[in-house]
Design a protein around this ligand. Structure first.
Ligand code: BDR
Ligand code: CA
Length: 442
């Protein structure tokens, strides 16, 4: 018995030894393979953190951080310059994120493409025909990592925008994206919708199947708050509907503003409105929420009608979408065909303006828009002008003259200039359509 077990023990010893040697050499190889990636990643972080002036300094427990987000004009401008420099070093917008996009189509090499780490965004939206195009564009662009989609009332009520958001993510094959519903009415006003542009269902009247995907149990503001707080300084908000969800979040939690490095909004105009002569639709629906956003200290990029009405979808684009054989281009083709048909029946031709996709595209290809610093006030009192964005290109910021009956004297206007937004004032339409078409039809 004892004699029999000696060879067995020896054999066992040899097996253990061989396994140990194999494990040891594999480990060395793994280190050799992984080390350069870690080195590059850490070097990038070390360079980008001071450049972007927005970093999280995690304490021993990793529960405490300190962050610096630019709030003064000088900080904002130097941060923009740093972002531009970082952008030229590391790709669009100098994203400091190292996360890899999950499940998205990757490897597009068309206009604006880049191999840099994707920028992490949350899309707040009211789909909406152009919202649909914007969501598709974001979900098919490797430069962006969509962390969540939140729905708000706007073009149509929330009962429709939320299922539309679920439907669109499902069509794009992105059932991994968390989606939550938010505000059903503006902060203090009655809801005005734009069914006359977006059709009764918000998708041009095109009948898509009921989505299987379900929204999260939490609200839009809870979801945004959770993601932003877990990733301070990392998440850009892209808001392409009325700003009720973001206004609600900032009103209940003003501190969170310091954790949001940028909000890019489709909304406003320096050159007249589209729903009234003064106001653009998103700002018109909830001017009070917009005012909270512009006053929040978050660096705002305003992509308004000044540029979005210069990117008008044409018949040839719709044909390209219809010809391409993928579910996204097919759905986009149907929605835009229905919208164009509606436009032919008398509605203003700017209904086919790619407002929301241009806003998303500006994050994919920063060269698309020319931006200028402005101090933007949102009109909330006018009987005919609520939602108007009044942009001051320089100081002084002078309000309307006080009424003769006013008791308090009006202070002298501040002569120093404090911009609160970068406003899009120029666009390259052909470059935009090249990007949009390539992403949706590939
Ligand atoms: C904006 O209003 C909505 O109708 C569009 O989706 C876009 O967000 C344009 O004024
Ligand atoms: Ca919209």
């Amino acid at each position: 018995m004892l004699l029999l077990s000696i060879p067995s023990v020896a054999l066992l010893f040899i097996i253990v030894l061989v396994n140990f040697i194999a494990w040891w050499s594999l480990k060395k190889h793994l280190v050799a393979v992984v080390a350069p990636f870690l080195l590059i990643r850490n070097a990038r972080r070390a360079i980008l953190a001071p450049l972007l002036n927005a970093h999280a300094d995690f304490g021993a427990t990793q529960h405490h951080y300190t962050m610096k987000i630019p709030h003064t004009r000088r900080e904002f401008l130097s941060s923009s310059a740093a972002a531009a420099l970082a952008g030229s070093l590391f790709g669009p917008m100098g994203s400091a994120s190292t996360n890899v996009q999950s499940g998205a189509s990757v490897g597009h090499s068309s206009a604006g493409g880049s191999s840099a780490a994707p920028r992490r965004i949350i899309i707040d939206t009211d789909p909406g025909v152009d919202d649909a195009m914007a969501i598709f564009l974001a979900l098919r662009s490797p430069e962006l990592k969509v962390e969540a989609i939140t729905a708000v009332s706007g073009n149509v009520p929330l009962e429709l925008t939320l299922p539309n958001a679920l439907r669109l993510a499902e069509i794009a094959g992105r059932t991994d994206i968390p989606i939550a519903g938010g505000a059903s009415v503006p902060l203090v006003r009655r809801l005005i919708t734009a069914k006359y542009v977006h059709g009764n269902n918000g998708l041009g009247g095109v009948d898509f199947p009921k989505p299987h995907l379900k929204p999260l149990g939490e609200t839009a503001t809870q979801l945004i708050s959770r993601i932003v707080r877990a990733n301070p300084g990392e998440i850009t908000i892209v808001a392409v509907g009325p700003l009720t969800n973001i206004g609600t979040l900032l009103r209940s939690d003003p501190e969170i503003a310091r954790m949001i490095p940028q909000i890019v909004i489709m909304g406003g105009s320096l050159s007249g409105g589209n729903i009234t002569p003064a106001a653009e639709f998103n700002l018109y629906v909830d001017p009070e929420a917009a005012r909270i956003v512009f006053d929040s200290g978050i660096p705002v990029t305003m992509v308004g009608l000044d540029v979005t009405e210069k990117v008008l979808l044409r018949e040839e684009h719709i044909v390209m979408l219809e010809r391409a054989q993928n579910p996204v281009s097919q759905a986009a083709g149907k929605i835009m065909r229905a919208t164009l048909n509606r436009a032919h029946t008398g509605i203003d031709r700017t209904v086919i303006a790619m407002h929301d996709p241009l806003t998303v595209a500006s994050l994919i290809d920063p060269q698309l828009l020319k931006l200028q610093d402005y101090y933007v006030e949102v009109e909330t009192e006018g009987g005919f002008t609520a939602g108007m964005t009044v942009g001051y290109a320089h100081a002084p910021v002078r309000p309307s003259a006080p009424l003769a009956t006013a008791t308090a004297s009006q202070p002298e206007p501040d002569t120093s200039f404090h911009p609160n937004a970068r406003v899009a004032v120029g666009v390259e339409p052909d470059r935009f359509f090249k990007l949009l078409m390539s992403r949706l039809t590939s």
